[in-house]
Design a binder for this molecule. Sequence first.
Ligand SMILES: *Cc1c(COP(=O)(O)O)cnc(C)c1O
Length: 438
Amino acid sequence: MSRSEELYKKAKHIFPGGVSSPVRAFGAVGGTPPFIDRGDGARIWDVDQNDYIDFVLSYGPHILGHNDPDVLSLACDVARKGLSFGAPTEIELQLGEMIVSAFPCIERLRFVNSGTEATMSAIRLARAFTGRVKILKFEGAYHGHADSLLVKAGSGGATFGVPDSEGVPDAIARETLTLPYNDAQAVRDLFDREGDSIACAIVEPVSGNMGVVVSDDEFLREVRTQTERHGALLIADEIMTGFRQTYGGVQILLGLEPDLTTLGKIIGGGLPVGAYGGTGDIMKKIAPEGPVYQAGTLSGNPVAMASGVATLRKLKTPATYSILEEKSRKLADGISGAGRAYGLPLRINRMGSMMTLFFSENPVTDWSSARKADTALFRHFFQEALKEGLYLPPSQFEAFFLSTRHDDAIVSEATEKFQRSLARTRDWIDRGRPESRP
Ligand SMILES: *Cc1c(COP(=O)(O)O)cnc(C)c1O
């Protein structure tokens, strides 16, 4: 028995599913999740000393790879002065100023501890600001696990075929309206019918939680136009896309001007952080200035703020995003070339350094097309990739990422590993897709 298998057996007694977050349990792909011991740059090592090229990157935060020396150095300096005070700190102001200057649509913000808290609080704020109750989200979009948002919520639930969670009262779920992603006509129709009772629409400007699905212009424009026309707020959930596609939000690249934006992942550089922000007239409703209560013992934690500050500083170098784009395109080209060569139904949805390999005959543009993907084929491919030393998210419906530490040599090495994994996936099809051992 490997050390990971040993630990996993024990962990299953202590934690539901042996994990602290569901997708990590490998339920959709089978086998034992490797227990990770350490990471450096683009690589991670498990407790059995297997090494992997990491494309999970903690589900997005590590855009600078693991153990960036500048991030570690600032975080450690700040940590040595005390881990938390429950009082204002200068480093929190510094990160706040950096975010405000990177986002034309954020004038003021509030730090929280996770993405879930950010979206949950932004929705409470939107409801208070408009005096309305209903919210609109899109099918397959994940905005964290708050009750109102666990409706048709993509990857986690999707992976296990549980669309909604038990324990969410019908009375709450009923106030969440859902529409297909990328369907501008459906947005028009809904707002025509009941736009005046909608507090807000929340949207991932590029979806990452049904796998990567890029939005089309007309769809985003319609969401903005209709919310504005009917006095509803637009919340751009940029927890995954913030600082992933450009310095600031992907909203800048897409010309989207939301009322509120939610952030997380990269702005904490690998430590727990979330934030929500927007125009001053809306944000002044937050306590203690206004009547919308929202608080946090560890919010704005100085060590997490330092990790964020050092990360953003480093990302600000002009060529960061063009280099990431170039390496990501190279990798995607290499993978899709192999997909064609082996006659696999492979579609790569990509925006910048986030992408998903869908095993699908048809283009994936929304949740209903995403869920038609061949998950058995993905499962087999995933196991081949893991054996090759590629650490990918263990679900067809997740995005994977590159970091600035995925240099040309690593991208070439990874491309060959992807190619061999795809070749063996082809063999498996040719052998009649035999059931693989667990
Ligand atoms: C990760 C993510 C969340 C949830 O963030 P947590 O920190 O896991 O609570 C919300 N929305 C989007 C778009 C995300 O990618």
